[in-house]
Ligand binder design. Sequence first.
Ligand code: NAG
Ligand code: NAG
Ligand code: NAG
Ligand code: NAG
Length: 355
Amino acid sequence: MKKEMFCSLFLSLFLSLFWVCVSVLLLFLFLTHTYTHTHTHTHTHTRMCYYTEAKYFEDIFSFTLVYSLLLCFSSGVLTQELKNPKPERNSYIAASYVKTLESAGARVVPVMVNQTEEDYHRLFNSINGIFLPGGGAHLMTSGYARAANIFYRLALEANDRGDYFPVWGTCLGFEQLLVITSGENLLCRTNTSGVSLPLEFTQDATESKLFKDFPPDLMTALATENITVNFHKWSISVENFTKSEELRTFYKILSTNTDGKIEFISTMEAYDYPVYGTQWHPEKNAFEWRRPYYPHTQSAIKTTFYMADFFVNEAKKNVHSFATEEEEEKHLIYNHNPVFSGSSTTSFIQKYYFK
Ligand SMILES: *[C@@H]1O[C@H](CO)[C@@H](O)[C@H](O)[C@H]1NC(C)=O
Ligand SMILES: *[C@@H]1O[C@H](CO)[C@@H](O)[C@H](O)[C@H]1NC(C)=O
Ligand SMILES: *[C@@H]1O[C@H](CO)[C@@H](O)[C@H](O)[C@H]1NC(C)=O
Ligand SMILES: *[C@@H]1O[C@H](CO)[C@@H](O)[C@H](O)[C@H]1NC(C)=O
C-alpha cells in the first residue's frame, strides 16, 4: 500500500515536471519567434523611412543608409564664448565634437550663444537633438549656460508631448546638465584634470539605454582599460548626488570614478527622458592628439564611435526639420571651416570659430 502511494506520487511529480519543461520550451520558442519578428519589422520600417526621405538614392542600395541619414538628420552643437574674443572670433566649437557626430552619420548645426529666445525656439523645431560640448564657461551666467537652459526646458516639454528630443552633455555639458536639473551648483573640486581611467560600472549599466547594445568586449575594455579621458577640475560626488532629491530622482548613475579621495559620477542617463551625460570625453580618443594620455587603442577608438552611434540614433527618432532646404543649408556647419591650432598650446587640434 505504502509502496504504491509512493510510486503514484513519484509518477505525478515526474509528469508535472515534464509538462513544466514542455511549457517553458514552447514559451521560449514563441518568444524568440516574436522577438525576431518584431526586430525584422522595426528594421524594415526604419529603412523604409529612410527610403522615403532619400528619394534620390533609392536605387543605390549600399549607400542608402549613409546618404539618408545625411539627408534627414541634423544635431545642434552649442558654441562657447572665447576667453579672449576677437571681432571675427567670439565663440567656438572644438572640431572633435563635430567629427564625432559626423562619423556616426549626423550633420551638425552650430547653435550660437546669445541668440534671442525666438531664434532658439525656431532652431529647436528644426534640429533633432542638442549636444552640449566640453570646454570652459560659467555654469550660471554665460551665454552657453543660457542657451543650454533654454534647450533643456524645450526638450523636456517636447518629450512630455511625445516629441522625442535627445540632449547630451560632455564634461562641461555634463556639469551644466547637473546644475540645470538641480537648480544649484553641487560640484566639488577633484584631482582629475588630465587622466585616462577605466569606468566603474554600476549594476544599472548593462541594462541602461546607453550601454545595453554595446558589444560585450567593448564593455570589458571600458571597465578595465584606461580609455576614458578625464579633463575636469569639478565633479559631482556620489555623496552630493545622492543627497540631492532632484538629481537622484532624475538621473540613473551608470558609472563612477575616483580621484583617489572623492568618488564622482562619470556616466549618467535620465530615467524618463532621453538626457545623457558623461564627465569624460568620448570624442578625444579618435580626434584629439595634444595630450600624451589621450588613448588611441582600438578599443579607445571604438568607444568614440559607439557613443556617437548611440546619440545619433537617439536623434534619428526625432522628426524636426528646417522649413526649407535653403534655411537648412544656411545653418549647417559646412558654412564654416575648422582651423588647425598649430603651435598654440590649446588642447584642441582644430576649432571652428564664429563671429
Ligand atoms: C554673450 O553674453 C554674455 C553675457 O552677456 C557675454 O559675457 C558674452 O561675451 C557674450 N558672448 C558673445 C559671443 O557675444
Ligand atoms: C557638496 O556641494 C557643496 C555645494 O552645495 C560643496 O560646497 C561641497 O564641496 C560638495 N561636497 C562634496 C563632498 O561633493
Ligand atoms: C593628482 O593625481 C595624479 C595622478 O593622476 C597624482 O600624480 C597627483 O599626485 C595627484 N595630486 C594630488 C594633489 O593629489
Ligand atoms: C591605468 O592608469 C593607471 C595610472 O593612472 C596605472 O596605474 C594602470 O596600470 C593603468 N592600467 C592599464 C591597464 O594600463
